[in-house]
Design a protein around this ligand. Sequence first.
Ligand code: UD1
Length: 381
Amino acid sequence: MPRKTDNGRRPIRLASVVGARPQFIKAAAISRAVERHNASPKNQMIEDILIHTGQHYDNALSGVFFEELRLPVPRFNLGVGSGPQGLQTARMLMRLETVLRRDPPDAVLVHGDTNSTLAGALAAAKLGLPLAHAEAGLRSRNKTMPEEINRILADRLSDWLFCPTTAAVRNLAGEGLRKNVRLVGDVMYDVFLTHRKEAKGRSRILKTLDLQPRRYALATVHRQENTDDPAKLADIILSLGRVAQGRFPVVFPLHPRTRRAMRGIASSVWASPGLLLVDPLPYFDMLALLDGARLVLTDSGGLQKEAAFAGVPCVTLRRETEWTETVRAGRNRLAGTAPARVAAAVSRALRDGRLPPLRLYGRGDAADRIVRILAREIGAH
Ligand code: UD1
């Protein structure tokens, strides 16, 4: 329990709503920053209240991140589990309203673009609670993605818009959102910088999979637009198999949805010798694999950006991205899913080789800035 400050002021109660894998990583950055803030006796204490919606519930997608990143035990776990978009979001909203109403925090913080983000934002806004959005301002301009809808709405409702990049600030300005927009850097970059070395030292994944640094590729696929379309998914797997046969092994950690969707695809497509299908990996193993990879192929938002942090060339298996600066800087190629286009993008990316890390995501202190701003302004809000 947080102590009272010397001046007797009660702690600021900050509730973070999380639910999916990337949000546990982002929340870890905030929790560390809150600890640093609370370590100074002159600061008004912050009570770090974690609310887990239960969107991700497997140990591989949730529990392991809490252990590795030493996240506080969630005060509430709403246990919503999976389901269609509307049902999942509605369940979260109902349960969030109950816990937020019972014991209202001073502010609610949501991260990124998942259904948990949208539900957290809606619940807070409807209850009149001050709302902050970390990773605000990203846009893919593709409204068929649930994530794009979630981000637009969370930004509209938020009282603080914490942007990771100048491109995000520009996107918000283009939509008329200028007030309370703060360029703070990217909290995932904070976590990457903090744990990169530790991950290299602790992870045994390269040994376990018998991989040599710079002689394998790392792939992830979980976007609904790719997994729910069997023809697209088959094209992607075919492309990964070709990289694996022609060049070097491709490590492919399977999101549960992707694993299920692959059951509908002939095994002749994915049973390629160099295609290493593995379970979802903990964060440190992913970091270690990323650091040693020659190439990343992905439809994930987070991994495109992490590849840029690490200086690993990336081929994105989508037609657009919210991390446009990675493309502009020549680090990321938007290939879509057609095998010929993916193959061409892979060849070009391999010609680029290793690149210097892209330094467009702040100084590794985004979470500290967020916490500092919230601590200063919550009382005044
Ligand atoms: C969500 C986010 C996405 C984020 C991703 C990170 C939305 C709309 N999307 O997608 O922005 O990049 O998380 O992983 O919120 N499942 C399990 N075990 C689990 C969790 C999920 O088996 O622990 C299965 C569910 O049955 C579900 C499928 O995976 O059918 C997808 O889960 P879902 O919660 O819809 O979101 P993600 O696709 O993971």
